[in-house]
Structures are given as structure tokens and as C-alpha cells.
Design a protein. Sequence first.
Length: 545
Amino acid sequence: MTGPETYPVQCVLLGATVYRACDEPATPASIIIRNGIIDAIGPYEAIRSRIDPDMEILDVTGGLILPGFRDAHIHPLLGGMNLLECNLTGLSRFDDYLARIAAYADTNRDQTFIRGGGWLPDAQVHRNQLDAIAPDRPVFLKSIDGHSAWVNSKALYMADIDASTPNPPSGIIEKDCESGEPTGILREWSAMDLVETHLPPPTLQTRVLAGWAFLQQAARMGIVAAHEAMAHEEELLAYAALENEGILSLRIRAALLCEPELGMGQIEHLLDLRNRFQSERISPGAVKIFVDGVIEGHTARLMTSYADRHDYCGEALWPQDELNRITVALDALGFQMHFHAVGDGAVRIALDAVEHARLQNGPHDARHMIAHADLISEHDIPRFAALGVIANLQPLWFCREKHFERTTLAFLGTPRAFELYRIRNLLNTGTSLACGSDWPFSGELNSFNPLDAIAVGATRRGLSPDAPETYCPDQRVDPAILLDAYTIGTARTEFRENITGSLHVGKSADVVVLDRNILSLPVNEIAKARVILTLCGGTVVHRDI
């Protein structure tokens, strides 16, 4: 593996505006970086005496110096695998999907299976379309949200899935309403696993290559830390290998997957993983729990029925009493809970579990998180702050995607389809925020660039000139709020806010420099900014100056 050189730097950054985070105004200033920490910040004349003769002077006039970005919810290795496999992301026309799959199949004729993903959830996909391209080997393609798979007949046959196969717990095998035969669409992990467990898993070397592909992009985007949102032992082994090779160019906070079918018996394994893989750059101190699925798959748990499926509210993946029990146990052991909850019913289940743990264990600095929280009952919004739960949000979703009418509006109906992503309501009740991308499941924009996310969150509109109209404009927030959520807010989820996440003397030199001051630009131009320098702990991981 080869890539950009990384090296520690002793330097002075001159001529830029500095945004420290923590509600401090952006001001012109210079910064001295020494021995991996921020040594001085202030007007050049005030700090000049601290500059050593051998320090590198970097003129970044007109730029903006920020704390390094931290993604609070991302799947780096899964995303890296997408880059290596049959990648459909960025495509929107069905014919383009088929052309990409056919080209991949032709180029990789020696492969015994085809795996990849990135198709949009409103695409009208069927196993027959894949059969025409690759009839003799299994095909397994995840949707852009990661909660559905499109497979061919060979894959179904390999997994013994036919018209008589029942739905697995919390999963759906879609079937033709007339013939009863599987359509090739599998909803949620339990259904997808029926096929994927028959495919050879990626090797450690492949996972390491996927991680390296991610790291190179992350450095160019100014990302110095990432919260791996679903870690098994295999992912931890890959991160450890990257660290051992000296190329893990950011810090990883890992959420260990906790599965409902394994119950309380998995706690010892989670403890073992936490103990074995804790290192300088890897911290597996969180636990990931899926409470529900996604709206576009009818698998999000709602408090009232879907608009297009009366008397059906989606499924909760954990019974409340079981979730309460394991949350109490993990909370007592010092694990941070990282709940996936999309529907308002799932958000309430997660909040109830945290409340139960506080009653049993007593309140303490747990910093449990609910990721996504797309739909929240008005009653539950103030409970985030009251229970000390961090809202882990994905601003890239805060727009009206092109499939909005066909999925979100059709499935939720009015007014619920216009009540998603209530970030301002959460802020008004004092909720702590962290932001992430959920890449590669980051929606139609398929990005993990924090500048893209900040632009969408501030405008509530997509990035393209022809993007649909502004979505819920009353929920727009100032870009500085999103900057804080991508920096100091996420540092708090890592329990590292006293070390990093803002630009103050004595803190780690986790620094990003943009080529322009996005705080003085119109918000619709934020995504045009470019990262010209990324420092992680005072080490240059990306430089374009």
C-alpha cells in the first residue's frame, strides 16, 4: 500500500481566520504547532517570540483553520469494500445499474460471486434482472441505506430460500403477491444474512485494503477521528493491522455490535473485545444496538401505522424488557450505548431503556447516543437532554431527496413526512449534538465529506443546482452549530473533549485548514471549499499547500 507521506510537523500557520469551536467567534490569528500539540494561538506579533528558527512557516492567507473533523457515525470498512467491489453509488437510472453490474461481471469473470451495493431504495429491482446478467454465480447487492439486499436466483437457491421459506425474526423475504416466489429483495440484516453467510467473508487483507482506501479519502476531507458504527472482531483486527503498519491516520472509536438473538450471553465477548483491542488509536468502548430498521423498507418502528400499510407500525428488533435488561448490564460495565433508532417508536424504546438504566444504576457520565432519530415524538424531544442522551445526527439526510414522494411521503403521509430531522427542536431543549455521515449508507448524496453535510444541514437542500425545494426550512441551523457537532460535539462522544475537538493551547494538534472562510460565505457555497491541510496529533496526513 502506498499513499501520501505522513510526518510530524513543527510549524506556524499564518494569515487565516481561526474558529476554535465552543461558541467562540472566528478571529484572525496564527497558530504554532509543536510536539503534536497546539503551542500558541494569537496575533502573529503576540506569539512571534515562541517561533523556533527551524519551524516551517505555512502561509494560509484567506483560509479558515478549524479543529479536525470527527465523524460520529460511519462504516469505514464497509464503505471501503464498496469502493473495491461492484459499486452502484452515484447512479440513479436503472439502466445504469444494469450496465455497471454487467461491466463488473465481465471484468471479474474469475470471481465465484458478485458482491457490492449502492442502489436507491425506490428502484424497482427484481432477481430476474440479475439472472440475465449473471445466472451462474450468486449476486448480492445492498441498497444505499444498507437495510435491503437485491439478490439473484442463484443466491436464493444457495441459501435454500423459496416460496415456502418464512420470514426470519425482524426480517422480510419479499415475495410476489401472485406466485408467492421470492422477488430477490431481502429486508433487514436477519433476512440478508440468509444469503450473505453463504458467501466467503472478506479476508483480513481485503479489509485492510478497504480501510486504506477509506483513510486516503478521509485525510483529504480533514477527518481526524471516526466512530465505527458497527464493529465485529473482524473489523477490529483490520484496524489493529492498519495501526501496526503505522498507517491508521485517524482515531477510531468503535461500537461493538450487540445482537438480539445472542442476548445477555454476548456480554463476556464484548468485554473481551474491549480489553483486547484498546490501543493508542483504537477505542472499542461503545456498543451498537439496532432498535429498528428504516422508513424506506417499512422496517422503522413507528408509533402509529404507516400511511400505506394500515395497522402496521414496523418491527422493533428488541422487546422492551430485553433491551432494558442488557442496557442496564452494559451501562453498569461502563459501555457507551450507540442505538440505531429511526422511527418515533424506536426512539421512545431507546430512551426508555436509558431511563431504566439510570434508575437501576444511578445517573453517571454515560454519554449514550441515539443515532439517526429521523422521527421523534414531541413528547420525547426534551427527554434527550433530561436523560443526557446525545443526538447523533446525519445532516446529509436533511434534504428532500429525489425519491421523497415515492418513499418517505408515500409511506409516512402528511404531516409526518415533513416532521423528520428536527435538529432545531432538539437544540431548543438543550440536547447535545454529534454529527456523522453513516457512509456508505449516507443516502442519495453518498458522501462522507463533512463540508457537504454542513452545507446540506445549513440549507436543508441538496447540493446540485436542480435539487428539490428546501425541506423544512424552519429547522435550518447556523453552519457553526454543525461545525461544533462535527468537532467538539463528537469529541465529547469519545470522552476526549479535554484533549481535542477545539483549538486551544495544550490540546492535541488535530487541525484542518480550508482554502476559504466558509463562515463568511453564503451557505450554498460551503461545499465548494477545499481542505488544504489535515493534521492528526501534529502529524501531516494530507497537504495541498
